[in-house]
Ligand binder design. Structure first.
Ligand code: PLP
Length: 387
């Protein structure tokens, strides 16, 4: 069939390399997946219960396009308590179907054709395609393991042109687990100010940090007006399937995003919104999950080193990003062979940008038992290939 039926910018974008591996593994008996970036925990019971109660009470309708006011108020309180930034529940917070929708809305609301959006790599797979779908031009900055995968202010400055509109900041980072200190962020904020840029700050892993507290970018001096803060419930509350997130930012931008949202989504699901209000009341469960991720993180990092894969020590999210350079295989070859021979799913680093080549992403959102078993299999794989 003539591919002219599909818009060029869509045709040219490859499907997500993560799903490819996930689909193969699902058909494979006995496979262990360190592949997919989602918590293995079930959503805490009190949250599920709140959802069930809401259904019993008959909450099955649309909500305001903005999302339930009560949820926006609870979010406003929670953001303020955690980071000291105050967002008005009316006009500065929009409830979305996950960070995914919030990202898409942000880009579509601010980008004119050919505007440039700077993003650091390795990073989450959606940033580049969503920028292109919004008719913008992604401009990538490589980050390096030797520099802890940090986006440096000087590197950002070097990429700025008269067309630069925004920067996507994504820390704690998927796939590297890297974080930025307050000082690193302040240096970036200076560049943002100087060049009159907007910042799309994806902080979906903000609650999952193991060394030091996360700094919300919009809490930095002068950054609230310039930042569209994206966050959601998927990772910290183990609520990936509920599809709930939010954007918070300057009223003018959030209102523009809302314009798109009301036509394409109408509103986020009410059931998920009711559950999210309970999630914001149950921080204990988040603490328990973070402690468990931390134990797994240590197990994974030490285990990888023991089998000869040097590994950057992640400080947030739930990913490790070991180097496989000394194996002589590309990251895709490594991941494919490992899956076929030992039934362990890892994601080739190249999926997260060209500078991710030479690395693989191993998520530790699986049980300690599975991590140990996976490490044993990877070790056997390395021995078999005399690596
Ligand atoms: C950095 C990052 N942002 C956003 C998302 C998507 O989040 P949501 O489930 O809220 O759409 C993911 C999912 O893996 C992610 O890793």
């Amino acid at each position: 069939m003539n591919s002219g039926r599909i818009a060029g910018r869509v045709r040219e974008i490859k499907g997500s390399g993560i799903r490819e591996f996930f689909d193969v593994a699902q058909q494979m008996e006995g496979a262990i997946s360190l592949g997919v970036g989602e918590p293995d925990f079930v959503t805490p019971w009190s949250i599920r219960e709140a959802c069930i109660f809401s259904l019993e009470k008959g909450y099955t309708s649309y909500t305001s396009n903005w999302g339930l006011l009560e949820l926006r108020e609870a979010l406003s309180d929670s953001i303020y308590k955690e980071s000291g930034v105050y967002y008005y529940p009316e006009g500065e917070i929009l409830i979305t179907t996950g960070v995914s929708e919030a990202l898409d809305l942000t880009l579509r609301a601010i980008i004119n054709p050919r505007d440039e959006v700077v993003l650091h790599e390795p990073s989450y797979v959606s940033y580049k395609p969503c920028t292109i779908f919004a008719a913008g031009t992604p401009v990538c900055i490589d980050t390096e393991v030797e520099d802890e995968f940090k986006l440096r202010a000087e590197k950002l400055e070097a990429k700025i042109t008269e067309h630069t509109k925004a920067v996507i900041l994504s820390y704690p980072n998927n796939p590297t687990g890297a974080t930025l200190s307050r000082k690193d962020l302040e240096e970036i904020a200076d560049v943002v100010n100087e060049h009159d840029l907007l910042v799309i700050s994806d902080e979906v892993y903000g609650k999952l940090t193991y060394e030091g507290r996360h700094t919300c970018f919009s809490s930095l001096n002068g950054m609230k007006e310039r930042t569209i803060l994206l966050n959601g419930f998927s990772k910290a509350y183990a609520m990936t399937g509920w599809r709930l997130g939010y954007a918070a930012g300057d009223k003018e931008i959030i209102e523009a995003m809302m314009k798109i949202h009301q036509y394409i989504m109408l509103c986020a699901p009410i059931t998920a919104q009711m559950a999210a209000m309970e999630a914001l009341r149950t921080n204990d469960e988040v603490g328990r999950m973070v402690s468990e991720y931390n134990r797994r993180r240590r197990l994974m990092v030490e285990g990888l080193k023991e089998i000869g894969l040097s590994c950057f020590e992640p400080k947030g999210a739930f990913y490790t990003f070991p180097s496989i350079e000394n194996t002589g295989l590309t990251s895709e070859e490594f991941a494919k062979k490992l899956l076929l021979e030992e039934k362990v799913v890892v994601i080739p680093g190249s999926v997260f940008g060209a500078c991710g080549e030479g690395f693989i992403r191993c998520a530790y959102a699986v049980s300690q038992y599975e991590i140990k078993e996976a490490l044993e299999r990877v070790g056997r794989f390395m021995d078999r290939h005399h690596i």
